[in-house]
Design a protein around this ligand. Structure first.
Ligand SMILES: Cc1ncc(COP(=O)(O)O)c(C=O)c1O
Ligand SMILES: [Zn+2]
Length: 390
């Protein structure tokens, strides 16, 4: 049992989303996905009925304003660099140029270490600290590794980051500056995951792999809470999300469902649109054709090069249940979009986030998104680490 001085969380247990078997939250649960449903991550469940908007800590200008809905039990275990509570910007010039009424961008580039991965890793490293973990390892396409290294440094924990050798140098250097051990692997994040499994055969490390560790999702979920709160509890019609492992997509969907259950918002979830690069589009293929049929290659949007997302079935459920869709764009379209957003709005965003612009243009042209709808682009990161790719 964890001893708790100042309890700040309403977490009750972890649950398998398929068979609803429950697991305790005060034990280490990586890879505890239930035996029946190996392919599904565990989701955190909370005592929701008693919570009201008054439980949001208005003085806290970070994602920890929603601490009641996060898994860390004791305030003293929070490892924070002020992640989250990022701005929701109106893209007026782009809206005008595209003849669309209302395009918003949730700008995650303003997080510590320059991406939304800060949220997930702040939650997960905090929870790991609470569980007494010292040695952390992560396979990463870049941003998550930098974030884990930073939060481990802040917590005084040991970090090992396993990254594809072709990842831009800035991602590699930041890990080393944060004191992490960096291991480069030829191939994609899936090859890094194999390396992590091999290195961790003896169980020396705590493995932070996407969706296998249950609490990164909870950190990402706060994007959904912020979108609702910043829009005065009126959700947008459509959310476009650059999808690799799908954590942010599933996280926002989870947040919206929790808020519906608590009565904070009306019972209507935005259409989720998963955007991928056509160099690696397993989510798009599965959504449109029921199986992965396109070749898997590297993309300049490094975070989207995830050949087999662990949470594929949950991603598909979110797309189907929200009446959303999935779409891919080319490398040329992504580079052009990075430039267009930079010179039109003054924002130098990550290629992953930029991929949303050509996707939006296509879906407006086909009529799948209406010009008068409230559209939210979720920009996941900063472009400043990607200069080599551009
Ligand atoms: C900038 C950026 N955007 C998007 C993604 C994909 O995120 P998710 O795993 O939530 O789909 C990543 C993952 O590495 C990323 O770094
Ligand atoms: Zn199960």
């Amino acid at each position: 049992m964890i001893s708790v001085k100042e309890k700040i969380s309403n977490i009750t247990h972890l649950e398998c989303p398929v068979c609803h078997r429950t697991f305790p939250f005060d034990q280490i649960n990586t890879y505890a996905a239930c035996e029946q449903c190996q392919k599904n991550p565990l989701l955190s469940a909370y005592d929701l009925p008693g919570l009201t908007k008054e439980d949001i800590d208005q003085k806290e200008r970070s994602m920890w304003r929603y601490a009641r809905l996060l898994p860390v039990l004791d305030k003293k275990n929070i490892i924070s660099l002020a992640e989250g509570w990022t701005p929701l910007l109106k893209l007026n010039r782009l809206s005008d140029q595209l003849d669309i009424k209302n395009v918003l961008m949730k700008d995650e580039s303003q997080n510590p270490t320059g991406s939304f991965k800060a949220r997930g890793l702040s939650a997960a490293v905090s929870k790991a600290k609470e569980l007494g973990i010292k040695d952390c390892i992560i396979p990463t396409a870049g941003n998550a590794g930098g974030a884990m290294a930073a939060y481990c440094a802040h917590a005084g924990m040991n970090a090992t980051v396993v990254m594809p050798a072709h990842t831009p140098k800035a991602f590699q250097m930041e890990c080393e500056l944060f004191g992490a051990k960096l291991i480069l692997v030829e191939g994609l994040i899936s090859d890094c995951a194999k390396k992590v499994a091999e290195m961790n055969r003896e169980g020396m490390y705590f493995d932070f792999s996407t969706m296998k560790e249950p609490y990164r999702l909870e950190g990402k979920k706060t994007m959904g809470y912020e979108i609702a709160e910043q829009l005065n509890w009126q959700l947008p019609n459509v959310i476009l999300y650059p999808t690799g492992g799908g954590t942010g997509l599933i996280g926002m969907w989870k947040a919206f469902n929790e808020m519906i259950e608590m009565g904070w918002i009306e019972n209507r979830i935005p259409r989720f649109i998963a955007v991928q690069s056509n160099q690696c589009q397993p989510v798009v293929d599965t959504f449109l054709q029921g199986k992965i049929s396109s070749p898997i290659r590297q993309t300049i949007a490094n975070g989207l090069a995830v050949p087999t997302p662990f949470a594929q079935s949950l991603i598909q459920k979110v797309l189907r249940e929200s009446s959303g869709t999935a779409i891919s764009v080319s490398e040329e379209e992504i580079i052009q979009a990075v430039k267009e957003i930079a010179f039109t709005e003054g924002m130098l965003i990550a290629p992953e986030g930029a991929a949303l612009l050509p996707a939006l243009k296509k879906l407006v042209n086909t009529g799948e998104i209406k010009r008068e709808e409230k559209i939210l682009l979720l920009n996941t990161g900063s472009g400043y680490k990607y200069f080599e790719n551009l």
